[in-house]
Design a protein around this ligand. Structure first.
Ligand SMILES: [Zn+2]
Length: 362
């Protein structure tokens, strides 16, 4: 066999070898995640680069994807994970402006670059929108292949773990609060839930805008950490009389300009109550379930807007990552595991006890 016919992952020194990766072969419990050391190393196509991943961050999405939902179609074996940072290890055809050995953070989404949404800078609405770890293979692996246009150069003073931990949650939070939510300086912002990655990003972004930030949380520990990130007022979720009433009292019966509600079924009605007249309710997800009965009188009677979005366009990713690189925003990392302990990492995420992101070091 001549060398050019050998598969890309052939290492003459070691014989056929593959990469470390975590594979899912069917939906189900965390035990369905399998750590392997011989998965084929992917080859970058035109316009793509291969990245040697050094850190992958978990998102709750990873657990939903593992459990599955009606209509989800994974290509097995599936590699979970949306977030990663690492070093460019190979360049595909036609890639310019990037070099092997460069440190990079990776936008968690892929888009076609050609449809009307992409051409107007709204890649997260792309007709062929793909999220890493859901629609395409993910980041719980030693190597991944990504479009070169999805990279952001990672400065030396920012760790791979910080970049991976920040990526999906910060672009999602920035797009929701700033681009879609049109957050203005000095507005009041209520964030429902303290510990999740998007919420910790929202606290910081809202403070960067000099907003007054209220946070609802389930434990004293999480609320203390929310306060450490800049929250002005923290409120226990189970406060007597209900938290929406508490918010009303804290705001002198006015309510807040913006509510960030990524909890969904359990909280949306209280979020509508906590908003002021003309307020905006922002949502990027529903950790407590998707279906909720809404009292429509609250929406028209209070002139409320409910504004949804998912992920963010690449320009928002660049903007928010640069704020991270400048130290204006901080990645909050709650726990770190080696790749072969991905099962334990997901268990920790499911228990919901960790404040901040869970990172796999690879
Ligand atoms: Zn597109």
């Amino acid at each position: 066999m001549v060398e050019s016919e050998l598969p890309d992952f052939f290492d003459p020194a070691k014989g056929y070898s593959g990469m470390k990766a975590v594979l899912l072969n069917e939906h189900g419990p965390v035990e369905n995640l399998h750590f392997v050391t011989d998965h084929p190393i992917p080859t970058p196509g035109p316009g793509q680069v291969r990245v040697r991943v050094h850190a992958a961050a978990l998102n709750y999405l990873d657990i939903w994807v593992r459990n599955g939902w009606p209509g989800i179609k994974l290509s097995y074996p599936h590699i979970p994970g949306a977030d990663a940072a690492g070093v460019i290890d190979a360049l595909g055809q036609g890639v310019e402006g990037w070099e092997i050995g460069s440190r990079v953070a990776i936008d968690p989404t892929e888009s076609c670059g050609e449809c009307a949404y992409c051409r107007s800078g709204r890649e997260n609405m792309c007709v062929n929108f793909r999220l890493r770890g859901e629609h395409i293979g993910g980041t719980y692996a030693e190597y991944i292949v990504v479009s070169a246009r999805n990279l952001v150069a990672l400065p030396d003073h920012v760790s791979y773990a910080e970049a991976a931990a920040a990526s999906l949650v910060f672009v999602t939070a920035w797009h929701s609060l700033i681009t879609r939510g049109n957050l203005r300086p000095a507005e009041s912002v209520l964030i429902v839930g303290a510990g999740g990655g998007v919420n910790t990003a929202c606290i910081q972004i809202a403070k960067l805008m000099n907003c007054t930030v209220y946070v609802i949380g389930s434990t004293d520990d999480k609320l203390a950490q929310a306060r450490a990130l800049g929250a002005d007022v923290v409120i226990q979720r189970d406060i007597e009389g209900g938290w929406s009433r508490a918010v009303y009292q804290f705001t002198a019966k006015r309510g807040v300009d913006v509510v960030v509600d990524n909890v969904g079924a359990a909280t949306l009605n209280d979020s509508l109550r906590a908003a002021t007249r003309g307020g905006r309710i922002l949502t990027v997800g529903n950790t407590s379930g998707p279906k909720v009965e809404i009292d429509n009188r609250l929406i028209f009677g209070k002139h409320l807007s409910i504004i949804g979005s998912t992920m963010g366009p690449h320009q928002d990713y660049v903007t928010v990552m640069n704020l991270l690189f400048k130290g204006k925003l901080k990645a909050v990392i709650g726990a770190t595991y080696p790749l072969d302990q991905a099962q334990e990492a997901q268990r920790t995420l499911e228990r919901g006890e960790v404040f901040g992101k869970i990172v796999l070091e690879i």
